[in-house]
Design a protein around this ligand. Structure first.
Ligand code: JFZ
Length: 602
């Protein structure tokens, strides 16, 4: 299968390197706050002036082998290099356009060719990033026009050199530059594992389809990401640093930054720690999703030292615990866990293993619903040590973590099951450690009759990726498995759950800001109804109140848990729990996306 390597690889290196790496976020003494590769658009730098950076591009320390070695030693299995970003400057030898790294710089070498030669030596698949739509250097490059929403106040297209939007003919750019350059990339560099496209803002369905055909014809085994546009592509790209809430259908990848930028910035020192990066990797692995972690090389061609330091740690961890990540399947349980992550390793003809990747040590952890016999359990930390486990009633499995795992960075505990196939896990929703977690992805959504008087999302503009949100006024699960567009009071989400005891519960609503970079807000009025078998419904109306999680690992889609009062339950038993949004004062309702409801026993 064409895609097998991809779903087993789990971890890749994204590289954003170009003329923008030289100023590194600072132009004539002014600093930009946005991502570094957007420098030209941010300062509206004319092509004549921006292009002059090429004369200064001479990365004496560039060493493709070194880059590949760093990637391999970090535990990465593929690499995606920015062959042409939105600035239109080709970082490879292009015969189509002299605006390229070989013809326009004193460097005069083709970094893509050197990478293509080095990748196989380090067991890496080569991927190529190509901005198929936006091209600020070409007069006809993609430009949504002056009437369209801006990107953080910036124009998506080049309207500083080429302001006459009406005169632009995307077709000329597409036929004259994009297609010929893609042909060069697909024919001149050996096998290409991935063509990574981005920001399909103005490209037509037919044009996206043409590119797909071209890739299929020239490199039948090459994968294409969904940012090619119009629903094409072999695998999905989430937003940057975005975490899915539930295992998705099909293959997915989250591109992520190591600090706050893709292209190098001199003053961005907000590096993720190895623990954060590994938590993100494990969190994605348990959702069957790859992690494409970015490096922004410096103008001299070397990686920032902080990058190298973090990658060395991920490499050490993966060398020891990679078995819990590479080739593993998603967390089979109904919920994710506060203490860490779960992956499944299916081994042909051998017993299936569950791996628990522990982010926050606790003496005991409990799993509910596993319907398989546990054959043995151990911690891989050397020397390998046996781990005690036992059934604590019902379907609850208790695992006692050895004290010496406490100080370790994300240690892994493995449960070998008696079965040799996918483990059976029951789908009941029950409290675990006195917390009943009700993920949106496990609920039933019921759309009511009344339409909410909100503007369809489409009118509110394009998402950060330039992907259009569907124009719906009913809530629905988004691609990450969260409940998006949650504002219509006629809609409900329901769960059936079992309460083992009566008593008081604190109600917490976990939400995510649905737009990349948007603030996390509370103040919404929600209604929670809990109905028993035959009994009257217990209704709670509350205004959400809380603050975002301090956790820095997912800074782009901010998550938070809001309190919504307490609920008293008379008697144990099965209940139907139904939640609706009564009033969402902020009509930019996309900012409110439901991840899960939590009922905490008081
Ligand atoms: C795009 C580019 O504009 C950016 O320069 C970088 O290359 C990045 C990987 O991709 O930016 C995006 C695209 C999509 C989202 C956010 C930024 N998104 O979906 O959240």
């Amino acid at each position: 299968m064409r895609a097998q390597w991809f779903s087993e690889a789990r971890f890749g290196m994204f590289i954003h390197w170009g003329l923008y790496s030289i100023p590194g976020g600072i132009w004539r003494g002014r600093e930009m706050s946005y991502i570094g590769e957007w420098l030209q658009a941010c300062f509206r730098i004319p092509n004549r002036e921006y292009g002059a950076l090429a004369a200064r591009f001479n990365p004496e320390r560039f060493d493709a082998e070194q880059w590949c070695r760093t990637a391999r030693d970090a535990g990465m299995r593929y690499l995606v290099f920015s062959a042409k970003h939105h600035d239109g400057f080709a970082m490879y030898r292009s015969r189509v356009d002299s605006y390229n790294v070989v013809d326009a710089t004193p460097f005069g070498r083709d970094p893509l060719a050197e990478l293509a030669a080095a990748c196989p030596k380090y067991g890496l698949k080569l991927g190529i990033y190509y901005s198929q739509d936006l091209d600020w250097h070409h007069p006809d490059g993609g430009d949504p026009g002056p009437e369209s929403p801006k990107n953080h106040g910036m124009s998506w297209g080049n309207d500083w050199d080429y302001p006459a939007h009406r005169g632009k003919r995307f077709r000329r750019y597409f036929e004259g530059k994009a297609i010929p350059q893609l042909t060069e990339l697909l024919t001149g560099y050996g096998p290409v594992g991935i063509m990574w496209f981005d920001c399909p803002l103005t490209i037509s369905r037919e044009e996206s389809g043409r590119i797909v055909e071209l890739v299929r014809k020239l490199q039948p085994d090459c994968l294409i990401n969904t940012r090619i546009g119009h629903g094409f592509g072999d695998y999905g790209s989430y937003g940057d640093n975005q975490l899915p809430a539930a295992p998705p259908e099909g293959m997915w990848e989250t591109p992520g930054t190591l600090n706050r930028t893709w292209g190098f910035k001199w003053n961005d020192h907000d590096w993720k720690t190895p623990g954060e990066v590994l938590s993100l990797l494990a969190s994605l692995a348990e959702k069957d999703t790859n992690y494409l972690l970015n490096v922004g090389p410096m103008p001299d061609g070397s990686f920032p030292p902080e990058t190298v330091r973090v990658l060395r740690e991920t490499g050490k961890w993966l060398e020891r615990y990679g078995f819990a990540v590479y080739g593993c399947g998603a967390n089979p349980f109904q919920c994710s866990f506060d203490w860490g992550y779960v992956t499944v390793e299916q081994r042909p003809g051998k017993r299936t293993r569950l791996h628990l990747i522990i982010r926050e040590f606790r003496p005991e952890i409990r799993l509910y619903g596993l319907e398989e016999v546990v054959f043995r359990c151990w911690a891989a930390a050397e020397p390998e040590c046996p781990v005690e486990f036992g059934c604590s009633g019902g379907r609850c499995l208790t695992i006692r973590l050895p004290e010496r795992l406490r100080a370790r960075l994300l240690p892994v505990v493995t449960l070998e099951l008696a079965c040799r196939n996918a483990p059976a896990v029951c789908t009941d929703l029950v409290p675990l450690d006195h917390v009943l977690r009700l993920p949106a992805a496990r609920g039933t959504i019921r759309h009511g009759q009344r339409e909410a008087a909100v503007e369809p999302a489409e009118l509110r503009g394009l998402g950060a990726a330039g992907e259009r949100h569907p124009a719906v006024s009913h809530c629905c699960l988004d691609r990450t498995g969260n409940l998006a567009e949650w504002h219509n009071p006629a809609d409900r989400i329901e769960w059936e759950a079992y309460f083992p005891e009566e008593g008081r519960y604190r109600v917490e609503v976990v939400t995510v800001s649905g737009i990349h970079g948007a603030a996390w807000k509370t103040g919404q009025k929600v209604e929670l109804a809990v109905s028993g078998d035959g009994g009257a419904a217990n209704v709670l109306v509350a205004t959400l109140n809380g603050r975002p999680d301090p956790s820095a690992s997912d800074r782009c889609y901010i998550r938070g848990s809001a309190e919504a009062g307490t609920l008293s339950l008379n008697g144990a038993g099965r209940r139907k729990i139904s939640l609706r949004m009564l009033d969402c004062p902020d009509r930019e309702a996309l900012a409110m996306t439901l991840a899960e409801l939590r009922l905490v026993r008081l």
